[in-house]
Design a protein around this ligand. Sequence first.
Ligand code: DGL
Length: 259
Amino acid sequence: VRIGVFDSGIGGVTVLKELVRRFPVAEFLYLGDTANVPYGSKSPAQVKALCAHAARELGGRGVDAVVVACNTASSLALPEMQAELGDVPVIGMVESGGRAVLERLQECPEGAPVLVLATRATVRSGAYGALLKKALVGTGHAVFEQACPLLVPMIEEGWNDHPILAQAVREYVSPFAAAPIPGVALLGCTHYPWIQPVIERALPGWRVVNSARAVGEVLSRAAGTAESSAAGAEARVTWLFTDPEAVPAFRWEDEESNA
Ligand code: DGL
């Protein structure tokens, strides 16, 4: 099978990494729109137009399924992408992320809050909030969404261990860290799994959910792809970037060895 993985840039490799681990014999086509990143500060109309264009590009390359790794694109433009791709299943992050949050919430006491951390465009779309609030109506679990627009640029700058990044994370989450009951926080942006330990330190006692992990499950159902752990099998990744010169320094080998 050939699986298209779409992201606004390079952040989607956090999702690709999980998919490769789960489907080691698949062929992956990674499309990163590095000419137009970031999506998280763009308007819904801009994001939809860029995503429709990307879907046409992937559709023209004969993919069997498309995973929209970008949370901003997943929140705003799944219908536009599906319209371009016809019968090819398009899988976004919101459904799998939401499901993972609800699972983790079962381990929490009554009244534990849910916090979605994401880009400004994702939070403004309300996609995660709508899904989670609907699932949790009448349960006493409150749902909050926090935009963290300073984090993506710092992570792309390689400041993952920098005190300024830790300070920014604390600024964003401190109102929630003070909640009487720790809850579940969702990493609702491709880049945040890279700084998961920083986020965990800023939210003591909270369960932090990496939605990239959950998306593989949804993919296997939608695409009918059997999970395989064939020893020695190697997934093939073809990289496509709309601006190859704007790809930030990144080594796939490092990702694989961290898996
Ligand atoms: N890929 C985006 C997301 O997951 C983050 C980077 C951007 O703003 O384009 O929301």
